[in-house]
Write a protein that binds this ligand. Structure first.
Ligand code: ATR
Length: 270
């Protein structure tokens, strides 16, 4: 029987995961099907049991389930615990194992783009769920400085405290960044979804510095425009991260890492 996988979320129709994984399967000659399943938050425990009973081999998890699903796993990987979120489920006999490929996806995309972290001054804008998922891998890559800024100081302060065993995270408000210079600025706020950007002081980017937005499409446009005003040497949106985190999930399930370049090109062309 053909192995089955799916992405669960609510809503789910917008998800690019079925397209991405279908292309990965073709490119690696893997026999599998990948569905999109709309799961109402109220029925999440039931849906997970049902998908297990139906024989699904693995699941991707998207919003609003990424936090809740962790509580329903038989075990959760260290990086998913760190992230406080699960985006990948692996089937085991008695249920689901939870993992998170988002941080790995970002790091692989930054490597693909040639954006260095080691020894660099790195600023992360935002202090929500997306940031929690990337701080561990960013710290492991040994930046010279890792600053997390937000409109209010409490969330970055809490993150700095939470991650202190992994390295130093410097908490700031956006406005307190005035006078700083960074080699790489990552936008991990959700402000772009409403077509905006946090209010930032000018001249935050060092000469030759790069900007990266974890979102893509229209949501990345405000930060792309800001990067232009900062004379960023390079800018990239998070479409590459989306593809890389999917490839990491695929590799966890199938034991083979798919090539990502053609999938990324196909998504850009759409
Ligand atoms: P996600 O899962 O996308 O990280 P989240 O946990 O709700 O979502 O976090 C959203 C982040 O984007 C927060 O850092 C939030 O800042 P506040 O904590 O100050 O609310 C930030 N954010 C969202 N909308 C914003 C806006 N219009 N301007 C500035 N920051 C914004």
């Amino acid at each position: 029987m053909t192995d089955r996988y799916a992405v669960i979320g609510h809503p789910i129709a917008h998800s690019k995961s079925p397209l991405i994984h279908a292309q990965f399967a073709r490119e690696t000659a893997q026999d599998l099907v990948y569905d999109a399943v709309d799961v109402d938050p109220e029925t999440l425990p039931f849906a997970l049991r049902q998908l297990h009973d139906e024989g699904y081999r693995g699941l991707n998890v998207t919003q609003p389930h990424k936090t809740e699903v962790a509580k329903l796993c038989v075990s959760v990987s260290e990086r998913a615990q760190q992230a406080g979120a699960v985006n990948t489920l692996l089937r085991v006999d008695n249920g689901w194992q939870g993992d998170n490929s988002d941080g790995d996806g970002l790091m692989r995309d930054l490597a693909r783009l040639g954006y260095a972290i080691a020894g660099q001054r790195v600023l992360v804008l935002g202090a929500g769920g997306a940031v929690r998922g990337i701080l561990g891998p960013l710290l492991a890559a040994r930046p010279a400085l890792l600053v997390v800024s937000n409109r209010n100081p409490w969330k970055p302060e809490a993150l700095a405290e939470e991650f202190k065993e992994y390295g130093s995270v410097v908490p700031r408000t956006h406005l307190a960044l005035k006078g700083d210079r960074y080699d790489l600025i990552l936008n991990a706020t959700s402000a772009g979804l409403s077509g905006t950007l946090p209010r930032l002081p000018g001249q935050l980017l060092a000469d030759g510095g790069a900007c990266y937005d974890l979102s893509y499409g229209a949501a990345a446009e405000p930060f792309r425009r800001w990067a232009e005003t900062q004379k960023a040497a390079r800018f990239a949106d998070g479409l590459g991260m989306l593809v890389e985190q999917a490839a990491t999930s695929f590799a966890l399930w199938r034991g083979v890492r798919p090539p990502t370049a053609d999938v990324l090109q196909a998504l850009r062309a759409r």
